[in-house]
Design a protein around this ligand. Structure first.
Ligand SMILES: Nc1ncnc2c1ncn2[C@@H]1O[C@H](COP(=O)(O)OP(=O)(O)OP(=O)(O)O)[C@@H](O)[C@H]1O
Ligand SMILES: [Mg+2]
Length: 361
């Protein structure tokens, strides 16, 4: 018979808080599968709301030390960290009936008012980072006039299969992909007018077999035009990630995108500042485009700064060669900055989902 009971373990774990949700892990029903063997070795699971949880290691350490402190007779302590991604819609409400993607838990828009700031680069690396963490991820290239996803994944001449009139998304690096670039020749520019473009993008949602996804990321085209509006009005987005560079001009354009998302009631998950600095060989940072622009904009708009990504040839080369930087050089500064931003995005979504469910229950 073990000298420790499940109840004692739960009582100890009541002292570990989730700082984002401001409740302890036991009240949040996150502790599962407690096992104690005859030698008082303990194992249990903390069920996370996202596999890309930035708090993972914090929870593991905090739980282990609180058990060690309160139950000195404990033997080995094994903490498992499985995840079940939440959805703001999983508490059940009427919108579900009209949602064309009921099996997709969270839809994320990556946008900016400005072209060339790195939306596609961020969207690609964000999607791949979430997948690397174990999430089920899809990525839609909503840029019909200048699709980048096929190149960024090294899939220029790929064509998706069509089964029973449904398009099977192409999968790479664990991410299911759809882009107009998979449907047209690359030297054959798209000349669709607004309404056709909007209906094409709707088909990417309805005619593609996305299956069950934790996160579906949309790489939006620059600006605040028809495609962006159609999308944000037809789909229940969890929120938008805004990409900017530190220059003032970019910041003014970005503010327009922020206003658009606010007008159509899409939550702003936060801002990612791209091309923030250049890391010199001696480890110092050169703020080529000025310092602190993203932080200033985030503050002015009441948004979270999700991360600052350095400028570097490794990021561009990753895009050109079809190997995103988080795959090609995962330990590097740029990849780590993007991975940490991806975790922040997942965290913001989890916080909002918990708030939405608390509000409805
Ligand atoms: N942090 C970075 N460091 C170096 N190069 C970068 C970085 N971010 C993006 N780039 C490069 O800048 C160019 C533009 O990036 P990207 O295509 O992602 O921007 P975009 O905002 O999606 O552009 P568009 O408005 O045309 O859709 C690409 O060549 C990309 O490789
Ligand atoms: Mg782009």
């Amino acid at each position: 018979m073990p000298a420790i009971s499940e109840k004692q373990i739960l009582e100890a774990l009541e002292n570990v808080m989730d700082p984002d949700l401001n409740k302890d892990l036991v009240s949040l029903n996150m502790i599962r599968d407690i096992r104690i063997d005859e030698n008082n070795n303990i194992s249990f699971s903390i069920e996370l709301t996202t596999p890309a949880c930035p708090m993972k290691e914090h929870f593991r350490t905090a739980c282990t030390s609180v058990i060690r402190e309160r139950l000195p007779e404990a033997g080995d302590i094994t903490v498992n960290l499985p995840a079940r991604v939440t959805s703001g819609r999983s508490c059940g409400h009427s919108e579900e009936k009209t949602n064309p993607l009921p099996d997709v838990k969270n839809i994320i828009a990556v946008g900016s008012g400005k072209g060339g700031v790195g939306k596609s680069t961020i969207a690609v690396n964000l999607a791949v980072s979430l997948a690397k963490n174990g999430a089920k991820v899809g990525l839609i290239d909503a840029d019909l006039y200048g699709p980048s996803i096929p190149t960024m994944f090294g899939l220029e001449n790929k064509r998706p299969e069509i089964v029973n009139k449904t398009i099977v998304p192409i999968e790479k690096y664990g991410v299911k992909l759809m882009s107009v670039g998979f449907l047209i020749e690359s030297d054959n520019p798209v000349i669709w007018r607004g309404p056709m473009a909007s209906s094409a993008i709707k088909q990417f949602v309805t005619d593609v077999d996305w299956g069950e996804l934790d996160y579906l990321v949309f790489d939006l085209p620059p600006g605040t035009g028809d495609i962006q509006l159609t999308l944000v009005q037809t789909l229940p987005f969890s929120g938008a990630v805004i990409v900017t560079t530190p220059q003032d001009v970019a910041l003014a354009d970005v503010a327009k995108a922020v206003t658009m998302f606010r007008k159509v009631d899409v939550a702003l998950l936060g801002l990612i500042e791209n091309m923030s600095f250049y890391l010199l060989p001696d480890g110092t940072k050169d703020y080529i485009f000025g310092k602190g622009g993203g932080e200033k904009l985030a503050k002015a708009q009441g948004m979270t700064l999700l991360g600052s990504i350095p400028i570097g040839s490794i990021v561009r080369e990753g895009g050109d060669s079809g190997k995103p930087v988080v795959i090609e050089s995962p330990g590097g500064e740029a990849a780590r900055a993007i991975e940490s931003s991806a975790c922040e995005v997942a965290r913001q979504i989890s916080i909002r989902n918990a708030a939405a469910c608390a509000h409805r229950n």
